[in-house]
Design a protein around this ligand. Sequence first.
Ligand code: ZN
Ligand code: ZN
Length: 377
Amino acid sequence: MIRAAVIPSPNSPVEVRSFSRPQLEDGAALLRVMYSEVCGTDLHLQQGLLAETPYPLIPGHATVGVIEEVRGRVVDVNGRTFRGGEMVTFLDVHGTCGACWFCLVAKATTRCPHRKVYGITYGADDGLLGGWSEYVYLKPGVRIVRIPESLSPEAVIGGGCGLPTAFHAVERSDIRLADTVLVQGTGPVGLSAIALARLRGAYRVIAIGGPEVRLEAARRMGADVVLDVERTTASDRRAAVMEATDGRGADVAIEASGNPAAISEGLDLVRDNGVYAVVGQYTDHGPVEINPHLQINKKHLDIKGVWGIDYSHLHRSIQILERYNDQFRWESLITHKFDLDHANEALETVRAGMAIKPVICPHLPTAAETSTAGSPG
Ligand SMILES: [Zn+2]
Ligand SMILES: [Zn+2]
C-alpha cells in the first residue's frame, strides 16, 4: 500500500490514508517522492478558500523524486526517453488541450479551461495525483523534466512552485537593464522574483515584506532595500521608494504578497508609465478600493495579471537553478521538513507566517529509524 496525506474536506485536518499501488497505463510513470512543497495555496485548500476543489484531495503541486517505474515510452521535450532511477520533477499542470480558443487563438494556455493541476484540481478520487504521497502517478502527457546531476533535490524543491511563478511574473513585467524593481511580498514567489530581477540586470531591487527570517532571505537573494511591512507605515514605505527613485517610483513593481491591500499601495509606488505585475492574488480575498483616474489612467500604467505557469517556465527555471544556484542557494529557503504524519504541523508553520518554505518528505525515516539509518539529509 502507498501512504498519502489527504485533506478530506474543507477545514478538516489532514489525515494519512492508504492507497493501492496503481497499474500504469501506457505512457505513464510512477514517481517515488523525495520532497513535495507546502505553500500558501495548500493552506488555502485546507481552509476551503479555492472554488471547486475536488475533496478529498492529496495536496502537493511542486514535487521532486526518482522515477520508480515507466510503462511504454515516456520522453522529454528533446525526445530523450525516461528510465527508472532518474531524478526528475514535473509540471503540475496537465491536460492543457492545445485545441481551445485560449490555447490556439489567444495563445494564453494558462487560461485553457481543460487544464488540471496536480495537488489542486485533481482530487484523491482521480488517483495519486498530489505530491504529499509516497508515490505520485504521472499520467500520460505529464511534462517531466530531468534534474541535472549538478543540482540537488533540495535546490529544486527550494525553488519549488515559487521560482517558475516568479519567472512568469518577471517575463510578463519585462524588467529592463537598470530598472528599479519593487517586489511586494517576501514569500517564495517574492524571493525568487528578487533573484530573477537581479539576473535581468536591475539597477536596484526594493523588497517589502516580513517577518525578519524572510527579510534576511530577501537580502541574500539580492534586495538592496528591505522594508519590514510590520514596522513601517505606508507613508514610510512611499518615502523610501521615492527616495530611491528620484521621486518617480519604481519602473516595475511585482506584487507577490497575497494581500489585496498591497494592490492600491503598489499602484502608488510604481512610476508613471511603469509596469505593475500582479502574481500574489491566487486566492480570492475580496475587493479593495482604488482610484482608477489617479492610480491607473492618469499614470498611463501597464498592469499585468499573471495566472499559473506553462511548461516553459518550469523548464527554464531548472536551467536557472543549474546555472545560478551557486549564487542564490534556493535550498536555503527550506526552513522545515515534515513527514506525512506531520502535514498539519507543516500547514501550521505556513499559517503562522514564520516559515519561508516547509517541505514534506514522505520517506523521512521516523525517529526510531533515524537512529539506525542516519540522517535523511
Ligand atoms: Zn504553490
Ligand atoms: Zn485549451
